[in-house]
Write a protein that binds this ligand. Structure first.
Ligand code: PLP
Length: 263
């Protein structure tokens, strides 16, 4: 019988299906991993933006994580939208109990349309309490600026910010360079605490249908790590996956359509 790998996503729901829990579960499925989920918040959302945010109680998030972890052989976990200090603290407390083999943090903060998906006071808790438990964090440039407490404009700044994040105890950082103003390519930087450093470069795709890019990328890393791949391999597979998913983005709705990856 074929081995079934299981991953858990702890994240918010996007009613439009392009980001959050929905993007994570679709990505796990596409990459041959059984997906489980613990919802942190429900959002009323479509391709035009976020119309409402309804967080769950921290104890309700904990109950879901325990229900999954007590029953399924989960080999990798990712976090997405965590919203509040209370939820972050409860997730940290619960994950310490289960000692995740691989923990991928997508530090979701602000949706493309500007809606806040992480309260300001929660940024510090994410950095100081969650990152020390994690294998990989995948910030985009605006998220890295807030977490590292510095402005990022050059390649040198990106490395410096990655070093600051590694000081928290996280094993590796993937700095997503997609937000930098380069017309020809999208370049990310991988840096780990054991001294591995490399760049991942892909041709830039000019499209507005990029909703859910960050969620899908970190979910693809999580799926590969759930299958036992190393951090480096998982990040390279995820880069190829997201490149295709942006290329095949769907022109759905009237705003930013979702990234998409059919088998
Ligand atoms: N909604 C939820 C629940 C998310 O987790 C995310 C992820 O970043 C977003 C919205 C934002 O998606 P995007 O900025 O790609 O539109």
């Amino acid at each position: 019988m074929q081995m079934t790998f299981v991953a858990l996503t702890i994240a918010g729901s996007d009613s439009g299906g392009g980001a959050g829990i929905q993007a994570d579960l679709k990505t796990f499925q596409e990459l041959g991993v059984y997906g489980t989920s613990a919802l942190t918040a429900v959002t009323a959302q479509n391709t035009l933006g976020v119309h409402g945010v309804y967080p769950l109680k921290a104890s309700e998030v904990e109950k879901q994580i325990c229900a999954v972890m007590d029953d399924f052989p989960v080999t990798a976990i990712k976090t997405g939208m965590l919203f509040s200090v209370d939820i972050i603290r409860k997730v940290v407390h619960t994950l310490k109990h289960y000692q995740a083999q691989a923990l991928i943090i997508d530090p979701v903060m602000i949706a493309k349309g500007g809606a806040s998906l992480l309260q300001n006071e929660a940024i510090q808790a994410l950095k100081e309490e969650l990152l020390p438990l994690a294998s990989i964090i995948t910030p985009n440039i605006p998220e890295a600026e807030l977490l590292a407490g510095m402005k990022i404009t050059t390649a040198h700044d990106i490395e410096r910010a990655a070093e600051i994040l590694l000081e928290t105890g996280v094993d590796a950082v993937v700095m997503k360079g997609g937000h930098l103003d380069n017309q020809d390519f999208a370049e990310d930087l991988f840096m780990s605490s054991n001294g591995r450093k490399f760049k991942l470069r892909s041709e830039r795709i000019h499209t507005k249908d990029t909703h859910g890019t960050g969620c899908t990328f970190s979910a693809a890393i999580t799926a590969s790590m759930a299958k036992g791949k190393s951090m480096e391999e998982a990040v390279m597979i995820a880069k190829d996956y997201i490149h295709v998913a942006i290329k095949e983005g769907l022109h759905l709705g009237n705003g930013h359509g979702p990234t998409n990856h059919w088998a």
